[in-house]
Design a binder for this molecule. Structure first.
Ligand code: PMP
Length: 355
């Protein structure tokens, strides 16, 4: 979280704009919260240049919830295609199987999820109800540098992207997207808010068994207020959107500024890893994630000492995901360049004293 956002939320916690109430105490149907939610949606639209024919929905259930909610809304109980690029897309396919037939159109499992299958090689089903792609695999550290153009591949099915772990870190080509979803807790705000961006022609296809609170059309028709939305999460995400809109990097602003900064942060860390015989990252440079950088100490016997020393230096949460081991640095939007500089300085020093 950007520190400025946390400070603002703290200042306003007991009394939002002289209303005599904190945001957590407001009715979600009152005019104060209505204004907060409307501004948040408008700012998110501006930030990511989301065209008018897409709805922005504030929901609950997280990324894993959407793994069920997407097929409940889009599959019509028929079939859907999945591109498996790591742990999260694999989970998405597994969950969707409960609601429709699923096919693997492409997979990088044979490469241990270290390179992305070229879209030209994907075996897409022309009759699929949608094609699911996780555009940034948080655990494996692979990221699509451009969204696949399904139409150019001869497939008219809508592209569904799970952008949970890199939303707002780079621009999105909405011409290629049918639906995007993500939990807010990485780049946008506190856990509990899930954002869905859905093209309007995809509303109204839900299965009869779809819970009403998870029916995209119901949620859209009620401006995300069919049930009580995660009000605190929407408010804090709204503060983050305003912070993002104000960011500047040279002549770039907003998302373009964040993208520049994220490129610089990631390059700094990958360069140190690649120029060292002590550290190692196994992901193909063409599809390395800017957000989540897994790396290994070539001698894993040093892992515990590396983490303990990092903790002492104030560098936290560097332990890799249990399914891949090693280390992982998550360079989300709010991580300043200075944080990455501190990490690489520590890594160089640790290498000097342990190589
Ligand atoms: N998709 C991706 C890409 C993720 O990184 C995560 C969480 N790390 C999830 C889905 C699951 O999200 P949640 O925990 O909000 O259900």
């Amino acid at each position: 979280m950007p520190e400025a956002v946390l400070r603002r939320a703290a200042e306003e916690m007991l009394d939002w704009h002289g209303s005599g109430m904190g945001v957590m105490e407001m009715s979600h149907r009152g005019k104060e919260f209505g204004a907060i939610a409307m501004q948040a949606a408008a700012d998110f639209r501006t930030l990511l240049a989301i065209p008018a024919h897409f709805h922005i929905l504030f929901m609950q259930g997280g990324g894993l919830g959407e793994n069920a909610i997407v097929p409940l809304n889009l599959s019509r109980g028929t079939k859907a295609d999945f591109v498996i690029t790591g742990s999260w897309s694999a989970k998405s396919q597994k969950e969707a199987q409960r609601y429709c037939a699923t096919r693997v159109a492409a997979s990088n499992a044979a490469d241990q999820h270290t390179r992305l299958p070229d879209p030209a090689s994907w075996q897409l089903d022309r009759d699929a109800s949608y094609v699911h792609v996780c555009t940034n695999e948080t655990i494996n550290g692979v990221e699509f540098q451009a969204l696949p153009d399904l139409r150019a591949l001869g497939c008219d099915a809508p592209l569904v992207i799970d952008f949970s772990s890199h939303v707002a870190s780079r621009s999105i080509d909405w011409r290629r997207v049918g639906l995007a979803f993500g939990g807010a807790q990485k780049n946008l705000g506190p856990a509990g808010l899930t954002i869905v961006v859905v093209r309007d022609d995809l509303l109204g296809r839900a299965l009869e068994i779809c819970p009403s609170a998870f029916n995209y059309k119901t949620v859209a028709d009620n401006q995300s207020m069919y049930n009580t939305p995660p009000t605190w999460g929407i408010y804090v995400a709204g503060l983050t959107f305003q912070w993002l809109l104000q960011q500047r990097e040279g002549d770039a602003t907003g998302i373009a500024a964040m993208e520049r900064r994220n490129i610089a942060k990631a390059k700094l860390l990958y360069d140190v890893i690649d120029s060292s015989a002590f550290y190692n990252n196994t992901v193909d440079p063409a599809c390395r994630s800017r957000m989540n950088i897994p790396f290994f100490l070539r001698d894993e016997a040093h892992n515990d000492a590396f983490l303990a020393g990092a903790r002492e230096t104030g560098l936290l949460q560097l332990k890799g995901h249990k399914s891949v081991g090693g280390m992982r640095a998550s360079l989300y939007n709010a991580m300043p360049l200075a944080g990455v500089q501190a990490l690489v300085a520590y890594m160089r020093e640790f290498e000097r004293s342990h190589a």
